[in-house]
Design a protein around this ligand. Structure first.
Ligand code: SF4
Ligand code: SF4
Length: 203
């Protein structure tokens, strides 16, 4: 469904869902319909095979599974955790050139946005819970100290993101620093602003 949507948005020269919806409404109305549903209904009643794409036969396959235990770095990089997270907690960064981290993309969790709903675990094809296994990044020191599991506290350094690892996660610091301080990509947040905000709200 997502691939189909991507193709249709591309064909309509739209880059956001809102624009694409507007395009579909304009298209239907300029063809004399009251909206896209009426256009679809008419095509179906006229014998068009408009429902075949999403029928049971096309979707009854077992979800893809990979017999591999999820690790903090490297995975099949299917991107599903980013797509299905309802809270925008997951993000990805390309693996820097020359890095020894597996796979072309690395996935991280913004811990303060994750409410542990479990959705990413349902969709992840590897064995394990992405929200617990992938690197959990905190902005708020209080929440970082109160939480368990892997964890990294981010702060604004002089010219780089300063990272503190929770006990047990220190060996991952060089990898995380390589990703978050990559000059071409790096952490997609304004850490100065967020760190100041976290300090004010806890103070
Ligand atoms: S468990 Fe956390 S990261 Fe995973 S989908 Fe839910 S909110 Fe998002
Ligand atoms: S869903 Fe799992 S395998 Fe896919 S990118 Fe996220 S962590 Fe990696």
């Amino acid at each position: 469904m997502i691939r189909q949507l991507e193709r249709e948005m591309h064909a309509a020269a739209t880059s956001t869902l809102n624009d694409w919806h507007r395009f579909k409404w304009d298209e239907a109305r300029s063809a004399g319909f009251r909206g896209p549903a009426e256009a679809h209904l008419k095509a179906t009643l006229q014998g068009g095979d408009t429902l075949a794409r999403y029928d049971l036969a096309a979707n009854e396959g077992v979800p893809r599974a990979v017999d591999h235990d999820l690790q903090m770095w490297g995975c099949v990089a299917c991107n599903l955790c980013v797509t299905v997270c309802p809270n925008d907690a997951f993000f990805r960064l390309p693996t820097p050139a020359g890095s020894d981290l597996g796979s072309r993309q690395q996935y991280m969790v913004l811990a303060e946005l994750c409410n542990e709903c479990g959705n990413c675990m349902v969709f992840c094809p590897e064995n394990g819970d992405p929200a617990q296994v992938k690197a959990k990044l905190y902005i708020d020191a209080g929440r970082f100290e109160a939480a368990g599991g892997n964890g990294f506290l981010l702060a604004a350094g002089d010219d780089q993101v300063a990272i503190t690892a929770r006990a047990g996660s220190e060996s991952e610091l060089p990898h995380l620093s390589e990703l978050l301080n990559d000059p071409d990509e790096g952490l997609p947040l304004r850490i100065h602003d967020l760190a100041a905000l976290a300090e004010r709200s806890s103070g």
